[in-house]
Design a protein around this ligand. Sequence first.
Ligand code: OOG
Ligand code: MG
Length: 263
Amino acid sequence: MGNLSKQQIEELAIHLENAELDAYEVTKITDDFPQMSYEDAFDIQWEIRRRKEARGHKIVGMKMGLTSWAKMAQMGVEHPCYGFLADYFSVPDGGDIKHAELIHPKIEAELAFVLKEELKGPGVHIGDVLRATDFVVPAVEVIDSRYKDFKFDLKSVIADNSSSTRFITGGRMAPPSELDLKTLGVVMEINGEVVQTGAGAAVLGHPAASVAMLANMLGERGESLAAGSFIMIGAITAAMPVNPGDNFTVHYQDLGSISGRFV
Ligand code: OOG
Ligand code: MG
């Protein structure tokens, strides 16, 4: 049920999108709107998405967040969330990311699924996801909560497009039949030092479970994942803060690596 008016939803969408575009922190919105419901939170996210599309931006993918225990424990939120990826979030592999355009970015080691068939919840399971997947490809997400000190609750982070800001994909793709997605290892290095390691099963027991959950959450709003969709499954390990001048490489078992630099 929605507890906020249409006007409040629009105002909060503008408030959070401006914080994203001009890179400044705001207080978490449930402090001022404690009555906000989950439906309101998703309405705000979808209004931000609508505003970007109205300005001519293309939505190029979706992301799940808070799907591993490492992330849930790090953020103190024990339920996954989703967000959208806009065209200008995409950074080429090996590219530069402008730190000054962001507030307090962190990087995450993820995988992305690219679909060859539509997935529409409810009732989507891992088997459906594996059948509908064209290929899996490495991805690194840069997250940047618009909230002060990167602290939020689930409703506030959903409204803030689940902290989405940049992503990089690359390395080598492979169909799921050629991968052991549960044991698939990732090694994250910052400035040449190993800072995080993990395996695919950290994400909801199996990476495909994250895509299934997204299809089912979208189904609650009558939305689906079209054939061709690019979906990031959520961080396998805890996220790592980055500073200007830092470079990073994430190695993926059987799938190559992704690197980039904060300038
Ligand atoms: C929310 C987004 C989390 C992930 O991969 O878990 C996320 C946050 O931690 O700011 O993208
Ligand atoms: Mg993420």
